[in-house]
Write a protein that binds this ligand. Structure first.
Ligand SMILES: C[S@@+](CC[C@H](N)C(=O)[O-])C[C@H]1O[C@@H](n2cnc3c(N)ncnc32)[C@H](O)[C@@H]1O
Length: 359
């Protein structure tokens, strides 16, 4: 199935709403925090589209520009580079974001994202950049080309939110193995696809995890959220988030989790989330206890840094805090000060800490 821009921009689909809620929400804390570096922050929408859908709903370029405009009043300095390669879409985009172009918030660029990357990298040298990469399918995601972004920008507060369309990957893998090889940076995925003992869901999970591993060379933290079809259990695509800052992951963990659970449970009487993805606090408790056992002593922040990327989105940060306090109260674990409400850096252990007088 080839998606035509004309069809796509008629009205916003349920999965696009989910994606935009994540983008729009996240940019506020990201821009606010990163602007403390006292540098211009750049948001690059690599596959911008028209800006507005026929039904009047806002696309990513408007969501980005509106957020920047709001934050400018609070002293945040940021701009948006909006790339679009389809002439008709670009012309519409220009019209729809004129107000933001006039106020020097938006800089629309006509052309292919991949072709424009070297210029964008040059123009944003030394600045923190947030890349939003939302193409149709996987054609424009050749990994070597993305790596140019990752390599250049890994020194700065740069983050990436990327739409990885697994279904498109499956289709392309059948008909264009050469292109798929470039997108996946190798042919490692073929073994998984061929493996008859794996279900389709298992294949999807394994390939997604291994695909995310490609990013680990450049980013410290990775998380992803399935973006769903309304009323279906299948992911339309996966929104992958890559950052080198734990604060970014922490925020996305909470937000993606909320959006995911909300999307799944809205209008349903029972928890429709697949069992393997449910917020089962017993499992989190076990993982935390195992980790404390492994480390001997460890602090809360360290626990979150290890478990949150692994169980991304499944638990809110408040779950970690409440659970650790509960375990201290139940004397299953102990804090250095003996208090159950502890800060992120206080050590905890499975055994009591010696009192000052006993040391
Ligand atoms: C999924 S849509 C983007 C939707 C947009 N993020 C939104 O929220 O409204 C993908 C867009 O990328 C454009 N496009 C396709 N290939 C491109 C390329 N190589 N470089 C830049 N834009 C491209 C398409 O014309 C289309 O408008």
């Amino acid at each position: 199935m080839v998606i035509k821009p004309k069809e796509f921009f008629k009205s916003k689909r349920s999965w696009s709403i989910m994606k935009d809620r994540i983008l729009g929400w996240y940019l506020i804390p990201y821009l606010t925090k990163v602007s403390k570096l006292k540098k211009m922050v750049v948001v690059v929408d690599g596959f911008a589209g028209k800006g507005l859908y026929k039904d009047g709903s806002e696309g990513s370029p408007i969501i980005i520009c509106k957020t920047i405009e709001k934050l400018r009043n609070k002293g945040v300095k940021a701009v948006a580079i909006l790339v679009e390669s389809n002439r008709e879409c670009f012309n519409e985009l220009k019209k729809n974001i004129k107000k933001y172009e006039d106020s020097k918030i938006a800089f629309p660029e006509f052309g292919s994202f991949n072709d424009l990357v070297p210029t964008i990298i040059e123009e944003t040298e030394g600045l923190p950049v947030f890349f939003y990469i939302d193409p149709f399918g996987i054609k424009s995601l050749e990994f070597e080309k993305l790596e140019r972004i990752f390599e250049k920008v890994k020194r700065y507060s740069t983050e990436v939110l990327i739409n990885f369309n697994y279904k498109a990957f499956r289709r392309v893998a059948e008909v264009c193995p050469e292109l798929t090889k470039k997108v996946m940076n190798g042919i490692w995925y073929r073994e998984i696809l061929k493996n008859k003992s794996l279900s389709d869901n298992q294949k999807e999970e394994m390939i997604l995890e291994k695909y995310k591993d490609l990013y680990r060379k450049y980013f410290n933290f990775l998380g992803s959220c399935p973006v769903m079809y309304k009323d279906e259990q299948n992911a339309k695509y996966h929104l992958i988030f890559a950052t080198s800052h734990f604060d970014g992951l922490r925020l996305m963990n909470n937000k993606m989790g909320d959006v995911y659970r909300d999307f799944y449970n809205k209008g349903r009487l029972f928890d429709a989330i697949p069992p393997g993805k449910r917020r089962d606090l017993k499992l989190l408790e076990r993982d935390i206890l195992d980790l404390i056992k492994e480390f001997g002593t460890i602090n809360k922040e360290h626990i979150k840094k290890i478990i949150m990327p692994k169980l991304f989105m499944r638990y809110k940060e408040s779950d970690y805090n409440k659970l650790i306090s509960k375990l201290i109260k139940e004397e299953k674990i102990y804090s250095e000060t003996g208090r159950s409400r502890i800060n992120g850096l206080e050590l905890i252990s499975l055994t009591k800490f010696p009192k000052e007088s006993e040391k």
